[in-house]
Design a protein around this ligand. Sequence first.
Ligand code: SAM
Length: 279
Amino acid sequence: MDDGASLPPLRDVINQYGLRAEKSLGQNFLLDLNLTGRIARCPGSLEGETVLEIGPGPGGLTRAILTLGAARLIAIEKDTRCLAPLQDVSDAFTGRLTVINGDALDVNESELLGAEKAHIIANLPYNVATPLLIKWLKNREQFKSMTLMFQKEVGDRITAVPRTKAYGRLSILCQWLCEVSPQFDISPRAFTPPPKVTSTVVKLVPREVPAFPADLKTLEKVVATAFGQRRKMLRASLKSLGGPTEDYLIAAGIKPTQRAEELTVEEFCRLAELYRKGQ
Ligand code: SAM
């Protein structure tokens, strides 16, 4: 049968293969099939699509992605203990699942996928979630969408709007490069073992072109400098960039007395362009 119905319940898989959760690998397993299905439906139809999953673990979300019709699923898992249970999933969904044993941080997605564009779907290991997201943002032309589970605090930073505490570097980079939409929260109780904090699912769809013209490196530098001292007025916090930063602020239509968290993504891009041209 090619639908996973022959597979045992995930709790039995964990017991059978002795998958005691390792904290150092950020292992909090999701065993609720309603939730794994809900996450896997976030990108839209998976029929015929290629999907990249990071950290399949015992394979709950993996099963959901395959059940929803993904033609090809490449899953990258660091923990060798998970390879045998994932082989069972691979056998149940003949020829559609490829498991790579390795560190997702080291994977070159362009080499892996070639000309193909993939959806990323993952319940991310929290200790490497942000570096993975930054890596994928820089390689975004390879992806149709990213449906990612984070600690709520990180998810809130990705979707935050100006004049909120969560708004900062991650919000600006993500929203400049992607259409970002919060999906839903998941209580710690849904996981085995339960993490200390609530989790949240965020969907990011890479834009064909960034929302506003700017150079990535310059924008990152300006934003990092501004938020490095987020309580200070921009005329003070941006001084270390060098050059007539107050003139750039005025030319960008920004009051030098404003603070970093008050600027929109568009204003940061305008400022970064003026700074770049002044160099
Ligand atoms: N997808 C499973 C689920 O939803 O139940 C497991 C999610 S668990 C939060 C994170 C998974 O990522 C674990 O299986 C862990 O072994 C794996 N992992 C941790 N660090 C990794 C890395 N650097 N590269 C690839 N996988 C990693």
